[in-house]
Write a protein of this length. Structure first.
Length: 262
């Protein structure tokens, strides 16, 4: 489930840089931004982080640093992100941050065809920390964060990466975050809205309580809500088996199938 902002802002140049492919391939001349661990900023001595921000408590966000590449051909300046080996998730307090969005007004969910970014692809609409909270509530938010005397959070344009589907186990972290484990490796995934397919007769039942709506392959096919998923996972006392659709780069959980067999 792609957040509306990314879709609206980037559709404008999809004829030049197809959204189903790599933006870098469509834009052969690109400016590579220095790795977040060493990049400079307009604020002397500041440390810069690029990545997808997620809400992580009141006035706090979490972000896993990613390598950023700026593209300026064929549309508004925008970024492609790539993993950084060994990068650790960071928590950043933004209650007093300088916040800039890519929308023409702070309270917009979508760019509505008007993108406000500078030559470096950084949002220019001056907003308040509460507006960043609103943006984070829509889903993973691509950002450039400058940590210095003043924390500065710039929204940028970036696609979330390619989704994957896999079997594994999920464990609740909180009401918007899970840990997905497969083959001994775990990844933290967030969600603001997802599709949940259950095996159970009722959407409100405990996890895998029955197989009334299980297909022959064991996957559930009863459509239930994000709230039902959160409630069911709360009732689980241990990691539960599931098939999921997720986007590794942005860390977003898109769809979950309850399963009774694998």
């Amino acid at each position: 489930m792609l957040r509306p902002l990314a879709v609206t802002a980037l559709v404008a140049f999809c004829a030049v840089a197809p959204l189903t492919g790599s933006a870098q391939a469509a834009a052969p001349v690109a400016t590579t931004v220095t790795s977040p661990s060493t990049a400079g900023s307009a604020t002397s001595g500041a440390r810069v982080i690029y990545g997808f921000a997620w809400a992580d408590g009141k006035g706090v966000l979490r972000v896993r640093p990613l390598k950023a590449t700026l593209h300026t051909k064929g549309g508004p300046p925008r970024y492609t992100f790539a993993p950084i080996a060994g990068a650790k998730e960071k928590r950043v307090a933004y209650a007093r941050a300088d916040v800039r969005r890519v929308t023409s007004a702070c309270g917009l969910k979508e760019t509505e065809g008007v993108v406000k970014v500078d030559a470096k692809g950084l949002g220019t609409t001056r907003c308040k920390p509460a507006d960043l909270t609103f943006a984070l509530g829509l889903g993973p938010t691509p950002v450039r964060i400058s940590l210095g005397a003043t924390t500065r959070v710039y929204e940028v344009l970036a696609m979330p990466g390619s989704p994957k589907t896999a079997y594994g186990t999920i464990k609740r972290v909180n009401d918007t975050t899970v840990m997905f484990t497969r083959g001994g490796k775990s990844i933290k995934l967030g969600y603001t809205g997802l599709s949940f397919s259950r095996t159970t007769r009722s959407c409100g039942a405990a996890w895998a309580a029955d197989r009334h709506n299980a297909q022959k392959n064991g996957l559930g096919h009863k459509y239930c809500s994000t709230a039902d998923f959160t409630k069911a996972l709360r009732s689980a006392k241990r990691p539960v088996a599931a098939r999921i659709d997720y986007t590794p780069l942005s860390g977003q959980l898109n769809q979950v199938w309850e399963t009774s067999a694998r």
